[in-house]
Unconditional design. Structure first.
Length: 821
């Protein structure tokens, strides 16, 4: 071959040798990969040596649209005229110079991963597996279709931005800190990927590098850095702690991947890695390899409140590092693993998790007590699973999803269950609610995937469907389980939860005719596939929101996160030059096969209760107060469903409410308000408190609350003296006045109703008279005086009483005695 470049012979390269084939040895144990030319096309075969296991082969497919197996056994990427087709593989052995064909087919082994299922053959002789590749001329693998105009976007989008450069860029994980900064991880083969000054690694390392990018609450780029060595490195998961340290995990093939002191050495065949970046992205707090002598890949990471990192993924290694392990050995070809690292990067525990087949963990979540919840998929019939809710694999040797809980410090397998039907099912993402219920999403090809009564979608409509499943806190039952999809292919790839609502993202090739949409910001499918974002109600009986998200080419949402105020964040990858951008740090497509994207959606229904602290004025014990209004306002952009309004707390019996709010299924429109009137009838003196609770479908629910407080007061009339004795007085003459002091010794106003000489105690009451300077209401601690005179009408002892009637339930009385002479 001659390469004649330009007109200067010094730049020409002549007589360059070529090769009929290139053979890579031991790409899997005992399996070689051979590349060769065939009719001007590049082809490849797998050579399986005697005794080697063809089940170890995995093909990872990127770009090209949806993936499916057709009726002929071909593996098809894309749709219709724009497709890449891998024909049903040809498998054969050679005996005496003649090919003996062996039955075999493609099988889906993971998300966008396939392997081969091989019938019985002579394992004492080599086996050759020959996939045959063709593709439509108008869309080569990895390219995108032409733009056809921008996709409109709703103002409720906070920001939407491309993130990438001239080659392949993909967002795989997203996390949000307490200040609403979004942290995105992924991988890139782009030398001009956007990085920032002062970042840990501003320059491209080679092949694929991992990347970490931080965005402000308004979508500006705070920092962005490569993370990698000279070979392929991929970040596949990210988490962030309370101080803004980003924890990233994934896979590296680089012996010079950036690590910190104390990290074990690279093992040479693909290791997992875990890296903790400082809040400004300029340095590594720690960074370590994690793996054995085989292929290892971390796919998910989560944190506990102390900053301990919990990592999960898959390993082919028989010497993967274990410590305080539930399972100390790899039981099959590929096992899942779960590892906890301390805040400084030292290992707390590490364990295999799997059976004798292929097991892969894709997602992990951790509760405040350090209990780890893991999901993934397995084709092991002996995967460690309890009897409920599903103790056996329904699809093996195909895949079932699994969900497992590992106790704090890795000491026990609290529960573990299969989750699936009779076809391929894979768990991709997992999240937890405050009660410890696990929410799982993934993909299923099963028509008998377990669903629950009342679930939104109880049957599969297309070739595959996403699923969303909630388990009980103890893992013994399905709280709910539903399909989510349309008439084609839908994959659930990420899930988050708040207030019992499940927030799901993924990809779908289904059109708006069949894919469920509610309040969509993009109601038409712009490309195949599109990403989607869907919010399910707490019982999964309905959708609260569902939208497409994408442009005219390939788009997928891979990860989703929530902040504390109702903002929703999604990342993924797009081949669409017209992916909708808004308030973007990078408003245009980077120019390669795919860009990462980051989207902030301000679409959650939110509620305000005003005032949030209602202090009722002091109220006499036993007397209802005037109604005090609390205004409930739907400050979101979607209708609000109010399930109940109640008063709870120790003193809830002292408060009552009436309201004019709509009752479910009626809704409160966006920006509309209703009024809750609260009354206070104290049963005792002193401060009484309760909580006004609104149960609804808003972000942060099922409870929105306002604090109620009131002071029960009780007036106490006090008189001094309690008796008056007048000296002898001539009949018909009037004595000097004597005084009685009336005081309010209580903590509530004393209402003075009447002061008089009691006319109900006999006939002497006319001999006494009273005047006073008392106001109608006597404040606590205040006093007034009553003047009493004696004018006898006859001789002898005269007796009567001064009666004071006020708001003290105990009436006050002063005995009056005098002698007429």
């Amino acid at each position: 071959v001659n390469y004649l470049i330009g007109n200067d012979p010094k730049n020409w390269h002549t007589r360059i040798p070529t090769y009929a084939q290139v053979q890579y040895t031991n790409v899997y144990p005992g399996i070689d990969l051979v590349y060769y030319g065939n009719q001007q096309q590049l082809e490849y075969d797998f050579l399986v040596e005697p005794g080697a296991d063809p089940d170890a082969i995995r093909l990872s497919l990127q770009g090209g649209g949806a993936m499916k197996l057709d009726a002929e056994g071909d593996l098809v990427l894309g749709e219709a005229a724009r497709e890449v087709r891998l024909h049903r593989p040809r498998l054969y052995q050679v005996l005496d110079g003649r090919k003996q064909y062996v039955s075999g087919r493609y099988v889906v082994r993971g998300f966008r991963q396939v392997g081969f299922e091989v019938a019985a053959y002579d394992k004492s002789r080599p086996l050759r597996i020959d996939p045959v590749l063709t593709y439509s001329p108008d869309l080569a693998p990895g390219t995108s279709s032409p733009a056809s105009g921008s996709t409109p976007i709703d103002p409720t989008v906070g920001y939407s931005t491309f993130l990438g450069g001239a080659h392949w860029d993909q967002g795989t994980g997203i996390a949000v800190d307490l200040l609403d900064n979004a942290y995105v991880a992924g991988f890139t083969s782009t030398p001009n990927f956007p990085t920032t000054t002062g970042a840990l690694q501003p320059t491209y390392g080679g092949a694929f590098d991992a990347f970490v990018s931080k965005f402000s609450p308004t979508g500006s780029l705070v920092y962005s850095t490569y993370l990698g060595g000279s070979e392929t490195d991929q970040a596949l998961g990210i988490a962030v702690d309370a101080t803004g340290n980003a924890y990233v995990t994934g896979q590296t093939f680089s012996g010079n991947f950036p690590t910190t002191a104390g990290s074990p050495a690279y093992h040479g065949f693909g290791d997992a890695f875990v890296s903790k970046l400082s809040p400004n992205g300029s340095s590594l707090v720690y960074s370590t390899f994690l793996g054995g002598s085989g292929l290892d890949q971390a796919r998910g990471i989560a944190l506990d409140p102390a900053g301990n990192a919990y990592v999960t993924g898959k390993t082919f290694s028989t010497d993967f590092p274990t410590l305080s392990a539930l399972q100390t050995a790899n039981r099959g070809n590929e096992d899942a693993f779960v590892t906890e690292l301390s805040a400084t990067g030292s290992m707390v525990y590490s364990s295999y998790l799997g059976g004798s087949g292929f097991d892969q963990a894709n997602g992990i979540a951790v509760d405040p007590l350090g209990r780890a919840f893991v999901t993934g998929y397995t084709n092991s019939s002996d995967f460690p699973a309890s009897s409920t809710p599903q103790g056996t694999c329904k699809s093996c040797p195909e895949n079932d999803a699994f969900v497992a809980e590992i106790g704090a410090n890795g000491l026990a397998l609290v529960y573990s269950t299969y989750l699936g039907g009779s076809a391929d099912d894979q768990g991709m993402g997992i999240a937890l609610d405050p009660l410890g219920s696990a929410y799982v999403t993934g993909l299923t090809y099963s028509t008998d995937f377990p669903t629950t009564s009342g679930a939104f979608q109880q049957s599969r409509l297309g070739g595959s469907s996403a699923f969303v499943t909630k388990l009980s806190p103890d893992g013994s039952a399905l709280a709910y389980s539903t399909y989510l999809g349309g008439d084609r292919y839908t994959y659930g790839l990420g899930v988050a939860v708040s207030g019992g609502n499940a927030y799901v993202t993924g990809l779908t090739t289904s059109s708006s005719i069949s894919f469920p949409l509610v309040g969509a910001i993009q109601s038409t499918q712009a490309g195949i596939p599109d990403a989607f974002v869907t919010i399910l109600s707490p019982t999964a009986s309905s959708l609260l929101f569902s939208t497409f998200l994408g442009g005219s080419a390939y788009d997928e949402g891979t990860s989703i996160a929530l902040d504390a105020t109702g903002n929703l964040f999604v990342t993924g990858d797009t081949g669409s030059t017209n992916f909708p951008s808004h308030n973007a740090s990078q408003p245009t497509y980077g120019g390669g096969d795919a860009d990462a994207f980051v989207v902030q959606l301000l679409l959650a229904t939110t509620v305000t209760l005003s005032p949030s602290l209602l202090n009722v004025p002091a109220q006499p014990v036993g007397t209802p107060s005037p109604a005090q209004p609390v205004t409930l306002t739907n400050t979101g952009s979607a209708p609000l469903t109010i399930n109940s309004i109640s008063i709870t707390g120790t003193d809830s019996g002292d408060f009552a409410q009436t309201n004019n709010c709509p009752v479910s299924p009626a809704t409160l429109a966006a920006n509309a308000s209703c009024t809750i009137n609260v009354t206070f009838t104290p049963q005792n003196t002193g401060t009484q408190t309760a909580t006004l609770t609104v149960s609804d479908n808003a972000f942060g629910s099922p409870r929105q609350t306002a604090s109620l407080s009131g002071n029960g007061v009780k007036p106490m009339g006090s008189i001094s003296p309690t008796s008056l004795v007048f000296p002898p007085q001539l009949v018909g003459t009037t004595s000097a006045a004597q005084t009685v002091t009336l005081s309010n010794a209580g903590n509530g106003s004393l209402t003075v109703k009447n002061i008089k000489i009691d006319d109900s105690t006999g006939t002497n009451f006319t001999d006494f008279a009273a005047t006073n300077n008392c106001p109608a209401s006597l404040a606590p601690g205040a006093s007034c005086t009553v003047s009493v005179t004696f004018t006898p009408t006859a001789t002898g002892i005269r007796i009567a009483a001064l009666l004071i009637v006020d708001s003290d339930p105990q009436a006050q009385s002063v005995s009056l005695t005098g002698t007429g002479q």
